[in-house]
Design a protein around this ligand. Structure first.
Ligand code: TRP
Length: 445
């Protein structure tokens, strides 16, 4: 038992899991996805998916990790052995470990960009800051060398933390950094709501407009829910292995989901009022959205330079506490085989991810014309991971925990009262599993 590491106190698990969930997905991706997918229709489907799919699936992932006390792959092995299930269930963990590396490869490219903005100060006295900011983003994304530089730096930090291991590296860093991010984001959204067009923003985000609702939008909203909550690939399962025995899963999941959703909406309120009050900024700008809009907001702000620096530091930190969870499952699994040291494993995985990341970098510039089914490398990777691999992973978790595990076992490990348990089980069994399948086939066929 001596090599089992468990975090002390309840807060480290919550911060680590919230640290994993809250990241570029909330601050960078959510706003641009909302902007490109028609606003409120996307937001509403997203929120429903968070509740009916995200919540039960996240609880199930934690349950598996906490029971197994190992990497997702080996926790799944243990679970299927102890409960006499098919022994191939561990493939779910393998799928997740691979998905993690694929996601990390492009995540690191965007996180690197955010990191580079810490050092970017706009010249003063600009007549048209939005134009300047769009041009600047354009020149950044057309330069492979600069992107590779920042991608390398970000990946280096990710590997460094994971290399030090879960307690020292991951546990400690999130405790300090997360609270800062919340406060700052609130301040920026308040400012932006005050100077920008809040009314159009609220309308756009929440006033139901279902004309924009297509099967594609529904699938993207579901994919985004998985991505934002870090579920479907074992990241949360890996952290579940370090959860203190006494910590209650249900309450913990509610807290994480609340924080994640709160940050996504706050990011929307920080960004859209500026877009709506500025004729040069496009709501459907895509992945460049925050990089083109936020600097403009800061530009007009007293002490804007300072705020911009702080804000991009916070985004980088949020990205870092997420990226480590993308690397942890694969690393933990190989480490358990006890052949290679953790630091070497991280080095090798980091190197492979770095190479894969080049594909995403080139999608902005030298490979931008190379497409398959109309999507470039980056878009393909994004589609494959978010819209296929994560929902598939989530579906399998729902089947395993909802249908195959005995009621007694589940009841004993999840520790809910009778009513909570019945609701949880019903959702997991029918609603989560069912809606993943429905959405998937509805949009693909
Ligand atoms: N949830 C993170 C974000 O919103 C990204 C992330 C971290 C992730 N770990 C994950 C996404 C695991 C999917 C699966 O930025």
């Amino acid at each position: 038992m001596s090599d089992i590491k468990i975090w002390k106190g309840n807060s480290t698990f919550i911060l680590a899991a919230a640290g994993s969930a809250v990241g570029l997905g909330n601050i960078w991706k959510f706003p641009y996805m909302v902007g490109s997918n028609g606003g409120s229709a996307f937001v509403i489907v997203y929120l429903i998916c968070i509740l009916v799919i995200g919540l039960p699936v996240m609880a199930s992932e934690i349950l598996i990790g906490k029971y197994g006390r190992k990497s997702p792959i080996n926790s799944l092995k243990k679970l299927s052995k102890d409960l006499n299930l098919n022994k191939n269930w561990y493939f779910l963990g393998v799928l997740g470990a691979i998905a993690g590396l694929l996601i990390l490869s492009y995540y690191s490219v965007f996180a690197g960009m955010a990191f580079s903005y810490i050092f970017k100060i706009f010249p003063s006295g600009l007549e048209n800051p939005s134009n300047y900011s769009s041009n600047y983003f354009g020149s950044l994304s057309s330069s492979p060398v600069i992107l590779i530089f920042w991608h390398s730096i970000f990946l280096f930090f990710t590997c460094l933390i994971v290399g030090f291991g879960v307690v020292k590296g991951i546990g400690r860093s999130v405790n300090i950094l997360m609270p800062f991010l919340f406060i700052f984001l609130l301040a920026v959204s308040a400012y932006s709501a005050y100077v920008g067009d809040l009314k159009s923003t609220l309308n756009f985000l929440f006033f139901p407009n279902f004309s924009a609702l297509t099967p594609e939008v529904i699938l993207s909203a579901m994919g985004q829910a998985f991505f934002s909550l870090s579920i479907g690939m074992g990241a949360i399962m890996a952290y579940g292995a370090y959860m203190p025995e006494k910590q209650v899963i249900g309450k913990t999941v509610l807290t994480i989901i609340f924080l994640d959703t709160f940050v996504a909406i706050a990011a929307g309120i920080a960004i859209f009022p500026i877009v709506f009050s500025n004729e040069y900024l496009e709501i459907s700008a895509g992945p460049g959205l925050i990089f083109e809009t936020l600097p403009v907001a800061f530009y007009s702000l007293p002490f804007g330079e300072l705020f911009s620096i702080i804000f991009f530091i916070l985004i980088s930190i949020a990205a870092l506490s997420s990226s480590i969870s993308l690397l942890e499952p694969f690393t933990a699994w190989i480490e358990e085989r006890k052949i290679i040291k953790r630091k070497i494993i991280v080095l090798l995985l980091g190197l492979s991810t770095w190479i894969l990341g080049l594909g995403s970098i080139f999608s902005f510039n030298i490979w931008s014309e190379i497409t398959f089914l109309g999507l470039n490398f980056l878009e393909l990777l994004d589609y494959l991971t978010n819209n296929i691999m994560l929902p598939l992973g989530g579906f399998l978790v729902a089947i395993l925990v909802g249908w195959l595990i005995s009621e007694d076992f589940l009841q004993k490990n999840i520790k809910m009262n009778h009513l909570q348990f019945s609701v949880f089980k019903f959702f997991l069994k029918y609603v989560s599993a069912g809606s993943i399948v429905l959405i998937f086939f509805y949009s693909v066929l």
